[in-house]
Design a binder for this molecule. Sequence first.
Ligand SMILES: NC(=O)c1ccc[n+]([C@@H]2O[C@H](COP(=O)([O-])OP(=O)(O)OC[C@H]3O[C@@H](n4cnc5c(N)ncnc54)[C@H](O)[C@@H]3O)[C@@H](O)[C@H]2O)c1
Length: 258
Amino acid sequence: MSGLLKGKRIVVTGGAGLLGRTFCTAIAEHGGQAVVADRDLDAAKCAVDAIVQQYPAGAVAATLDITDKDSVDRMIGDVHVRCGRIDAIVNNAYPRNSRYGRRMEEVEYADFCDNLGMHLGGYFLVMQRFADYFKRTGGGNMINVSSIYGVVAPRFDIYEGTPMTMPVEYAAIKSGLLHLTRYFAQYLKGSNIRVNALSPGGILDRQPEAFLARYRDLCADKGMLNPSDLAGSLVFLLSDLSRHVDGQNLIVDDGFSL
Ligand SMILES: NC(=O)c1ccc[n+]([C@@H]2O[C@H](COP(=O)([O-])OP(=O)(O)OC[C@H]3O[C@@H](n4cnc5c(N)ncnc54)[C@H](O)[C@@H]3O)[C@@H](O)[C@H]2O)c1
């Protein structure tokens, strides 16, 4: 344990998911307390049970729907009472509807708007409500989880021969999120609130071998990453080591986006 996050209480939205569980474990490992905030409360409790076995005060669960203002405000109020205060928010949930992930030609206008509203709109709502909370409590730290596909155009050839694609909504959401990060960092200057983004490359999750090999060819060494490969960069952005880093995007992708 490094103690880099000692005493810090950090909310992770979507904390029960693939990346969220690893982020919450890393927070506990470095001395902080993670609030596993998820729409799926059972999954959040499950994640907390696993973390507290190793780090007894390392995590608590909270219910949250990032698309519902009352839910966001209620979660902030409840966690503030339970934990004393909140030092940071990791905007990491991944809302999408049942028709998300289709090829560009098949995306309906209503689904495009729905998915942008839930994901980009939900991240905006979390930032807006936390900006208000952090102003009232004297400061805070926000990290938005974006993606390399918010930075570069997709390389569609790596998906050929697989059922996978890179959804058009995702490009709009994640690039929009990077500029929202700069907007909020600029808007909140002088209020002791900093706002940064973390942009991961692809994460290993049982993808087809042909895709993995083509992806790896575009990287320096490893190719697709494990969730734990992102943990150090997240801890850096959450810690005081990055105290004067504001409005930036930290890309962790083994060189894929070069
Ligand atoms: N997995 C990847 O390859 C990858 C790569 C780059 C970036 N990312 C980004 O990382 C973040 C996490 O992705 P993941 O792969 O861990 O996703 P995931 O689907 O494994 O987990 C997402 C979590 O968000 C929760 N959630 C969904 N809608 C919610 C809502 N409205 N309110 C609160 N919680 C909600 C889900 O219950 C789930 O626990 C996302 O922003 C994603 O875009 C993922």
